[in-house]
Write a protein of this length. Structure first.
Length: 214
């Protein structure tokens, strides 16, 4: 059996159990001891974006919304001003709509891009830059009976450089739906292994500031 065939078979076996061996490489939330967000936090989230759906690839999915917020690790209150020494969290909530929405099948590819607005231009890609992982995103399996998904990406303190002048950072959350079946040759845990399904969005959050704590 070729390496690609082995990977396809591994994916099929994992799909039958409803999980993959490496759905999300970012385990920092548990490692850092971050608290969970408030229940139904997305109802007051500062950012929400509709999923853009290709009509030819939507299936039974007629719509959806992605909500996002940032906060410090030990707080449930959303904040865009972060002490550089503190661990912090990006919370993402995906809500699907349609009749019915639970027939959606695939993998959510969820990541965040943070850019220094004052230069020299610095980019961070989470979860890749928040862990030792080589993967740029979390892979989260869809469930045919689920229309709501919650993902948190936790970043250790000190990962983002602060500025004495309070340089603003622009944060965008990117969500894409990938197929479990249309695989390319490559690592089964690599999002590049899977083909996109024509469902995606990119949400820009309020500008963030990182400062040096006392």
């Amino acid at each position: 059996m070729t390496e690609q065939a082995e990977q396809v078979e591994q994916a099929k076996q994992a799909d039958q159990t409803g999980s993959l061996p490496c759905l999300c490489p970012d385990d920092n939330c548990a490692n850092l001891g971050c608290v969970a967000p408030s229940p139904s936090w997305w109802s007051t989230a500062p950012t929400s974006c509709p999923l853009v759906i290709d009509p030819d690839a939507s299936g039974c999915l007629s719509g959806g919304t992605v909500y996002a917020q940032t906060r410090e690790c030990n707080s449930t209150t959303a904040s865009s001003v972060i002490d550089n020494d503190d661990d912090w969290v990006i919370d993402i909530h995906i809500t699907l709509s349609g009749s019915p929405p639970y027939l959606v099948c695939g993998l959510w590819c969820v990541s965040a891009c943070l850019e220094d607005m004052c230069g020299p231009t610095t980019y961070y890609r989470f979860p890749r830059d928040s862990t030792d992982s080589s993967y740029c995103c979390c892979l989260v399996a869809t469930d045919q009976f689920t229309s709501d998904y919650e993902i948190s990406i936790c970043i250790p303190g000190g990962k983002v450089a602060e500025s004495e002048c309070g340089a603003p950072y622009e944060l965008a959350v990117i969500v894409t739906l990938l197929s479990r079946d249309q695989m390319k040759p490559g690592d089964i845990c690599d999002p590049a292994t899977y083909m996109p399904l024509g469902v995606a969005t990119a949400c820009e959050l309020p500008l963030m500031t990182f400062y040096a704590g006392v």
